[in-house]
Design a binder for this molecule. Sequence first.
Ligand SMILES: Cc1cc2nc3c(=O)[nH]c(=O)nc-3n(C[C@H](O)[C@H](O)[C@H](O)COP(=O)(O)O)c2cc1C
Length: 158
Amino acid sequence: MALELTILVGTMTGNAQLVAQELELLLDDGETRAQARVMDGLDAGTFVRGGLFLICTSTYGQGDVPDNAKQLYESLIATRPDLSNVQYGVVALGDRTYRDTFCNGGRRFDAILTELGARRTGEILFHDASSGTLAEEAAAEWIGSWIAQAREQAGIAA
Ligand SMILES: Cc1cc2nc3c(=O)[nH]c(=O)nc-3n(C[C@H](O)[C@H](O)[C@H](O)COP(=O)(O)O)c2cc1C
């Protein structure tokens, strides 16, 4: 049985989108159907039917979500839907030179989704833009075990 995954992309300059495109290509193999969507114009209704989501977002300002993610993030806070039928993971992009707010965009989504009853699969992938590694390569290494855990949590045999 195929696992349906929606990758939601919060980005300002495209790094998170490159990650999402790489993961979409790697995952869309018949066992998983992965679809990447930029967060522009989305709101909390995106989650109403439940399912499996991967939040792939960078961080801007003073540890804020990127501009294209604001409507979705603020709509979750304002409408507080019950997300107990949502399973999710987080790829958080940031830069350690912003010490106190490192990867806060991804951490913010993680906090609100958990607060609304969604269940996180696995650990968050934190990517540091100052590390000299490419986010899409780090994500490509990380995704195999994440998707295996997601299948297990969803009750779908590997
Ligand atoms: C103006 C500006 C503010 C940023 N603020 C933060 C921050 O507070 N914390 C953090 O971890 N990274 C911060 N970053 C780093 C970005 O999140 C990082 O470069 C990321 O890879 C950008 O991904 P994107 O191209 O998908 O937007 C900032 C970058 C810029 C240009």
